[in-house]
Design a protein around this ligand. Structure first.
Ligand code: CA
Ligand code: CA
Length: 124
C-alpha cells in the first residue's frame, strides 16, 4: 500500500482497498491488512472491537487476527452489524513475529459497502 496524504489513508492496488487510522475497506482481489511486527519477545494482549461502518448495503465481511499464518481469532460481521464485536486474546511472540489484522470481503464474495472499523490495541 502507499500513503495518500490528501485523503490521509493507505491506498492499495484496487480503488477501494484502503486502510485508515482505525478502519479499512477490503478489495475484491486482496484483503485490507494492518500488520504489527513484534519489537521484542514476550506475551502480548490484543484487545479492541470490530463493526460495520457502512450499513447501507453489501453482504458483510470477515475479520481475522493472525500470527504468521495462524488464525488466532476470526469473526464474520454481517452488513448492518454496527454493534461492536469485541476481541480480547493473548499470545506469546518472538521478536519479529507478525500480527496481521485482516479485513476480508466476506462470504458474500463482494466488497461493496464493506467499510469496517477494526482498531486493535496491543500491550505486553
Ligand atoms: Ca456494510
Ligand atoms: Ca462483503
Amino acid at each position: 500500500m502507499t500513503f495518500n496524504s490528501a485523503q490521509n489513508l493507505w491506498q492499495g492496488v484496487e480503488m477501494y482497498l484502503t486502510l485508515n487510522n482505525n478502519s479499512g475497506h477490503p478489495g475484491n482481489g486482496a484483503d485490507a491488512v494492518r500488520r504489527w511486527v513484534a519489537p521484542s519477545a514476550g506475551t502480548i494482549r490484543i484487545t479492541g472491537v470490530a463493526f460495520d461502518l457502512d450499513s447501507g448495503g453489501g453482504g458483510g465481511v470477515t475479520v481475522s487476527i493472525r500470527k504468521g499464518g495462524t488464525v488466532l481469532w476470526q469473526q464474520a460481521i454481517a452488513n448492518g452489524n454496527t454493534t461492536e464485536v469485541p476481541f480480547n486474546l493473548s499470545t506469546p511472540v518472538d521478536i519479529g513475529n507478525t500480527i496481521d489484522f485482516v479485513i476480508n470481503r466476506g462470504a458474500d464474495g463482494n466488497n461493496s459497502y464493506d467499510s469496517t472499523a477494526f482498531d486493535p490495541t496491543i500491550s505486553y
